[in-house]
Ligand binder design. Structure first.
Ligand SMILES: [Zn+2]
Length: 267
């Protein structure tokens, strides 16, 4: 996504230059198939960006490049789209759920509160969800918040029979049912925070974020108090458990670049 105002959004570049925001998805290879965490934009979005809404495409300026979709990149890795048995979504905003129709057989895991919010949005929330993204009738797997505890956060384990240890970490605020996704790796956890924060500086100590990006988040939040509290808790988690947990968010391009340079195996 290439919105105008690079300096205000990314903290670097010209005032009128284009910022670069990414949709950072994860692919987890487990014994029972692939798990895709978030789906970004899908093929249909790249063919018909207008389904995302004129205000969104005008301001956020997504690049309609089919090679960047999850399905294209998964094929590039040598897998078939049907190998993706499970999808986990941080939330159903149009820039996270666009790829759902590209994997019609996958079971889609999310918090029940997000599914309810997306299926029955109020007028204010309507533009953020695109019904075409679930017109194929996904197999939803609703999960309810609560249950276990993970570094002081509520957590819900999904795919309990799987060798991949994947937890939903509810992080309400950006949307009603927004959740982080924690994935156990060999010796550390990777926490995909979705849109709980937008800029890597927000979970550094002291926290910092470019002004334009801060304003954008405030405009797009459903519960500002909850969002700010969760962002602060994530900063504390990153600070106190740096050796056990690594945090990423959806839209920070520098973070994605760092992982790509290190290579997927080092992730
Ligand atoms: Zn987003």
């Amino acid at each position: 996504m290439c919105p105008r105002g690079a300096r205000l959004i990314a903290g670097e570049g010209g005032l009128l230059g284009s910022a670069r925001l990414v949709c950072h998805c994860l692919l987890v290879e487990g014994a029972e198939g692939l798990v895709l965490v978030d789906t970004g934009f899908g093929l249909a979005d790249t063919r018909n960006p207008r389904q995302l809404g004129i205000p969104f495409t005008t301001v956020v300026r997504p690049r309609a490049d089919s090679a960047e979709t999850a399905i294209s990149q998964i094929r590039e890795l040598g897998f078939e789209p049907r190998d993706v048995r499970n999808i986990v979504t941080t939330h159903l905003d149009l820039d996270h759920a666009g790829g759902l129709p590209d994997f019609p057989d996958a079971e889609v895991h999310l918090l029940g509160s997000e599914l309810d919010a997306a299926m029955h949005p109020g007028w204010r929330e309507r533009p953020r969800y695109v019904a075409a993204h679930w017109a194929h009738g996904p197999r939803w797997a609703r999960h309810e918040a609560g249950g276990d505890e993970w570094f002081g956060f509520e957590s819900v384990r999904i795919l309990p029979g799987s060798d991949a240890e994947i937890l939903l970490i509810p992080l309400r605020g950006h949307t009603l049912g927004h959740t982080g996704v924690a994935i156990k790796r060999a010796d550390r956890w990777l926490l995909h925070c979705g849109d709980a924060y937008f800029h890597r500086g927000e979970v550094e100590t002291p926290a910092h974020c470019p002004a334009g990006l801060r304003a954008f988040q405030a405009l797009n939040q459903v519960d500002g108090e909850a969002r700010r509290q969760n962002s602060e808790r994530l900063r504390e988690l990153a600070h106190q458990h740096a050796d056990e947990v690594e945090l990423i968010c959806s839209h920070d391009a520098r973070t994605l670049d760092r992982f790509l340079e290190a290579g997927a195996d080092q992730m």
